[in-house]
Design a protein around this ligand. Sequence first.
Ligand code: NAP
Length: 311
Amino acid sequence: MIRECDVLIIGAGPAGCSAAIYAARGKLDTIVLDKGNPGGQIVITAEVANYPGCPDDTGPDLMKRMVKQAEDFGAKFICDEVIGVDFSGKIKIVKTPENEYHAKAVIIATGANPRKLGCPGELEFTGKGVSYCATCDADFFRDLEVFVIGGGDTAVEEGMYLTKFARKVYLVHRRDELRAAKSNQEKALKNEKMEFIWNTVVEEIKGDGVVQSIVLRNVKTGEITEYHADEDDGIIGVFPFIGVIPNSKLFEGIINMEDGYIKTNDKMETNIPGVYAAGDVRVKTLRQVVTATSDGAIASFEAEKYISDNF
Ligand code: NAP
């Protein structure tokens, strides 16, 4: 089926929702496509402590409100997976398995996905002890032991969140110094339930049905250590938080990129007139909800001008 609209937004995270609020409020016929539930990466965050005005918000709550705000202005959210695009004509075409969306302007807000460790056992045990979402899965590890991998803000913040549930949180980092902001580091280093395993990477995740052990290698000494779940526990949790990879594969060879991130100017314009990018998928220095929503607003503001000048 062919569906026409003024602005087609790909991705319903903070950038996509903000773009939808601005576009729909500007009376543009606005469709937001997402292959899953709206919300993006932030719905796996327990606390959004630094989004201005929302110190106690959870990711899911903040996103529910953003989606509702966009819907109240008339934006339509559709669950549909984009499998191809044709940006060669004046009307931009976005293809999904059963539909074709024809839009005057497109805003790419596809965000980024968790980077994988790439070690044996990681995929096999995803959902069976390995999780990329502390908010979603912390409760399964009540009074158990968990291993958080990574040394950035996400690893440290999610690790601290996990201490509210788990008996013990080991934070495994490949260096001997955290990348996370100093304020986060101070809190984590004081947390009695957290233990830091420095200069260490994950070699393998093992088990029978669920994760029962994790094999670690000290990168300085080469020493291998295998941590087993207590017999009574039967399972340990593994939460890798080692950064993200941009969701930009669909646009390779079409849109200009740098290391997989979409290049834009400060108007969020890509190299193709009428196609914009916003949020974590674009080249930028700070990937936060506040910068994603800002990008989304700018992209819609510019798309609105583009449409009125060209159609
Ligand atoms: P990040 O800052 O890129 O940190 C990734 C961490 O994973 C680094 O410590 C890195 O080690 C480690 N790592 C990367 N690849 C690895 C591998 N293959 N094996 C083992 N370790 C690996 O990612 P992030 O923590 O997801 O944060 C992303 C952005 O969001 C950052 O700008 C961050 O500040 C921001 N953020 C902010 C907040 C907040 O302000 N409240 C919360 C969450 C995220 P190295 O340090 O050795 O490179």
